[in-house]
Design a protein around this ligand. Structure first.
Ligand SMILES: [Zn+2]
Ligand SMILES: [Zn+2]
Length: 303
C-alpha cells in the first residue's frame, strides 16, 4: 500500500509488446495503428538501450552542471541528442510508416531535409521536445513543404527516448510517482503535458503520466491539467460507453482534455502501461475531437 509499492516494477519491453499485441483482438482498435506503435516503440527502445549501454556521459553537453530535478527542470541543453542515433530512429519511423500504411510524403520530404544538414535533426528533436518551439517547427515545415503536425510528431517521437534516458540517469532508482514538482498539470522534470491519467486503485487519487519522459505525478482530481481551472462548471466528461473504465475528462474553458483510466474498475492485478493506454484509446481521441476538444501534442511515449 505504500507509494513505493505502487511505483514498483516498470514493465519490460516484452511485456509491453505483449499488451500492445493483445489489443489486436479488439475490433475498436485499428490494426495498422497498433502495428505502427509497436514498430515505433521497438525503434525508440533500441535508442534507449544504446544510450544506456554507453559510458555515462554528462547530461549537459555544453558544459553546464548536472541537472537536479529538485531544483530545476530539464532544458534543451541538458539532453545530449546524438545525430547518428536520431537518424537511425528516423529511418525506423519511416519504415514503420511505410509498412503500416501511414502517409509518408511528409516523411520523405523531412528525410531530404535531415540528410542535407546533420544539425537539422538535432534541432528538430530539441525544438519538438521543449516548449515546443513552434516558430522553429513551423519554419522547418514551411521550408520543406511538410505539415507542421508531422514535424511535431516526428520531432517528439525522436526526442522521447533521449529525454526519458536522461531523466532515468538524473533520477536513478527514484523515477516514478511523486517525482519532480509539477508545474500545474505539466511534468515537473521535463515540462511536457500529460498523456494519460489514472485513478489509483488504492485511493482513487489521480496520477498523470508525462507524455514525453514517462514520469508520473499526483494532480488534483478536479482541475484541468492544461489551464489549471478548478471551476467544476467547465470540467466535463465524455464517454464512449458507460461500462468502460476509460473516458475523457475535458475542459470547456481551454478545450484541452486528458484520457483517464480508472484502475478500480479493472480486474485485480491489471497493470496500466501508459503507452498501451495511449494506443488502446485512440477512439476516445476521435470522440473528443468530434466534440471540438483539442489534442495539443501527439503521443510519443517510449515505454
Ligand atoms: Zn516529463
Ligand atoms: Zn482547461
Amino acid at each position: 500500500m505504500t507509494e513505493e509499492t505502487v511505483a514498483e516494477s516498470q514493465p519490460g519491453l516484452e511485456e509491453i509488446l505483449g499488451c500492445l499485441e493483445a489489443l489486436l483482438e479488439f475490433p475498436s482498435v485499428s490494426e495498422a495503428y497498433v502495428r505502427f506503435r509497436i514498430d515505433l516503440l521497438k525503434g525508440q527502445r533500441a535508442v534507449r538501450e544504446a544510450l544506456a549501454a554507453a559510458p555515462a556521459s554528462p547530461t549537459a553537453p555544453h558544459g553546464g552542471s548536472a541537472v537536479s530535478p529538485t531544483t530545476s527542470m530539464l532544458g534543451p541543453e541538458d539532453v545530449a541528442f546524438d545525430a547518428g542515433l536520431l537518424r537511425a530512429l528516423f529511418e525506423a519511423i519511416c519504415a514503420a510508416a511505410a509498412a503500416h500504411g501511414r502517409r509518408s510524403g511528409d516523411l520523405e520530404a523531412l528525410g531530404t531535409a535531415l540528410k542535407a544538414d546533420p544539425d537539422v535533426i538535432t534541432g528538430l528533436a530539441r525544438a519538438a521536445a521543449f516548449g515546443p518551439d513552434l516558430p522553429h517547427l513551423e519554419a522547418l515545415a514551411r521550408q520543406y513543404g511538410v505539415a507542421v503536425d508531422a514535424v511535431l510528431f516526428v520531432g517528439r517521437a525522436l526526442a522521447a527516448p533521449f529525454v526519458a534516458e536522461t531523466v532515468r540517469r538524473i533520477t536513478p532508482g527514484t523515477a516514478g510517482p511523486g517525482r519532480g514538482t509539477p508545474l500545474g498539470g505539466h511534468c515537473g522534470i521535463c515540462g511536457s503535458p500529460p498523456s494519460v491519467a489514472r485513478l489509483r486503485r488504492e485511493d482513487g487519487k489521480r496520477l498523470l503520466t508525462c507524455g514525453l519522459c514517462g514520469t508520473e505525478w499526483e494532480f488534483e482530481r478536479l482541475a484541468c491539467p492544461w489551464c489549471n481551472s478548478q471551476d467544476a462548471a467547465v470540467l466535463t466528461i465524455l464517454r464512449a460507453d458507460e461500462a468502460e473504465p476509460r473516458w475523457i475528462e475535458a475542459c470547456e474553458r481551454c478545450r484541452g482534455y486528458v484520457k483517464t483510466v480508472d484502475e478500480r474498475r479493472l480486474p485485480v492485478g491489471g497493470v496500466i502501461i501508459p503507452v498501451v493506454e495511449e494506443t488502446a484509446t485512440l477512439h476516445l481521441d476521435l470522440l473528443a475531437e468530434r466534440e471540438g476538444y483539442i489534442r495539443r501534442l501527439p503521443y510519443v511515449l517510449s515505454g
